[in-house]
Design a protein around this ligand. Structure first.
Ligand SMILES: Cc1ncc(COP(=O)(O)O)c(C=O)c1O
Length: 458
């Protein structure tokens, strides 16, 4: 298993050829899910005492399991927040896999971490974070948010006037991503939700109204205020300037979740992010709109020392890496062993330059605006609100939740596109999220055309 014998060399060619063919597909197949029973029927058991052999395992994957696995980088994959890795980032991801790097500590991976940190610095610079800020790459926005909130609680605990509260609390808007509630749950924090007026942006005024309703003890227990720069459902940016003014005035940690929207810091939308430079921590996912493959999320701290004290794991066998002041990514996220998952992003930035990134992000912003105009032109559709980033939400006249659902299933079955309905203010709606620069207005029109008719069998 660990020797490169003749058979393995043959397998190497097959695997690399398959991977390169997949990279070359333009577009990749959209594909679609199959039931567990159907998949189980395809080949029976794959994992056996003697093994089925690499050639056979690869054949089964290519012919059976891959077609039952959606390509998130298909230009008509417009559900959730898609992914659209650059060719260079995908190719370099193979190098990361082949290189077997432990990204835990500087001792093990100085060169790779140096490169990752260059990418982190670029992101920090876009946000206007000061010298000395830093962070690392974790697996996703959820873990990045959890790590940021851990660091925030550490700062509160280290305050001279700190009195342990009955329960720690965080404040976030009703529109904050579900991972914030999940992090609060894991950390046993009470989540105080600020009601926001439609369409759903948090601002300093709403925050202040909620704050005024808290007792002095409750105020003393607030670990952080969470703002969102690019809400997932609507793509809205909270009013970061007024929120930051409020958190500064009240000495509160500001955590900005820019997992999806942070890419637009490098675009003509930059001024809408004003205030982010005052964040104590912020996150952005390169695997969303910064064209890196799954999985990579950056967590960046204004003063990384709080994270270091909150997150460093102590054990005898780790003393050697914890002793010195070198930059160990294990101290800046909730993890220990770690893939150097920021490297494909770094390689791609270095390859293409940041201007190409700006142009690619702006192409999605432009497409969202063009899509809004296209929706307005069609009398059977209604735009729900003007897009701010690259999410477009709209309704089909006369449709209930079941019709949206049937349309979505049919669109995927016909491989027209992967589009999922959402809920807006309690009512069903259609939603597109654009992050893929290869998606065209013609792709959008083809999907909008399918909304003109009732789904088959309706
Ligand atoms: C604003 C926001 N925050 C956090 C997350 C969670 O990120 P991940 O799926 O990488 O854990 C998402 C995911 O869509 C998001 O849109």
């Amino acid at each position: 298993m660990h020797r490169l014998d003749e058979e393995t060399l043959k397998l190497e060619k097959e695997i690399v050829n398959y991977a390169l063919e997949r990279v070359a597909l333009q577009p990749p197949p959209l594909d679609g899910p199959r039931s567990e029973a159907e998949l189980a029927d395809l080949f029976g058991k794959n994992i056996t005492e003697e093994g089925v052999g690499g050639h056979e395992a690869l054949r089964r994957f290519i012919e059976g399991y891959a077609p039952a696995t959606l390509s998130s980088d298909h230009p008509r994959f417009l559900a959730f927040v898609p992914v659209a890795p650059t060719k260079a980032s995908i190719l370099f991801d193979m190098v990361v896999s082949a290189s077997c790097i432990s990204g835990t500590s500087w001792l093990e991976a100085a060169g790779a971490i140096f490169c990752e940190n260059e990418a982190i610095s670029w992101l920090a610079g876009l946000a206007g974070m000061p010298e000395g800020s830093g962070g690392t790459f974790v697996s996703g926005g959820s873990l990045a948010n959890l790590s940021g909130l851990h660091a925030a609680r550490q700062r509160l605990k280290e305050r001279r006037s700190f009195v342990r509260p009955d329960r720690f609390r965080i404040i976030a808007s009703e529109e904050a991503h579900s991972s914030i509630a999940s992090a609060a749950n894991l950390m046993d924090l009470e989540l105080i939700l600020v009601p926001v007026s439609q369409p759903g942006r948090l601002d300093g005024k709403a925050l202040s109204a909620t704050w005024d309703g808290l007792t002095p003890e409750e105020r003393g227990s607030v670990v952080a205020v969470v703002a969102t720069a690019g809400t997932t459902n609507l793509g809205l940016i909270d009013d970061l300037a007024s929120i930051a003014a409020f958190t500064r005035e009240n000495d509160l940690w500001l955590h900005v979740d820019a997992a999806y929207g942070g890419a637009a810091l490098n675009s003509f939308m930059r001024s809408r992010f004003d205030g982010i430079e005052l964040a104590d921590s912020f996150i952005v996912d390169p695997h969303k709109w910064l064209f890196a493959p799954f999985d990579a999320a950056a967590i960046i701290y204004r003063d990384p020392q709080y994270a270091r004290r909150a997150l460093t794991q102590e054990a005898g066998y780790l003393d050697e890496i914890n002793r010195d002041s070198a930059w160990n990514p294990s101290s800046y996220g909730y993890h220990l062993s770690r893939r150097v998952r920021g490297l494909p992003f770094w390689f791609s930035l270095a390859t293409y330059g940041t201007r190409k990134y700006r142009e690619a992000v702006e192409s999605s912003l432009d497409l969202a605006r063009a899509t809004a105009r296209e929706i307005e032109r069609r009398d059977y559709l209604e735009l729900s609100l003007e897009p701010e980033l690259s999410v477009v939400v709209f309704t089909r006249n006369g449709w209930d939740a079941e019709l949206y659902q049937r349309w979505s299933v049919q669109a995927l079955r016909d491989e027209v596109g992967f589009v999922l309905p959402t809920t807006l203010h309690g009512s069903p709606a259609a939603r597109f999220c654009f992050v893929n620069p290869t998606t065209t207005l013609d792709d959008v029109k083809a999907i909008l055309d399918t909304l003109a008719w009732e789904p088959r069998g309706a």
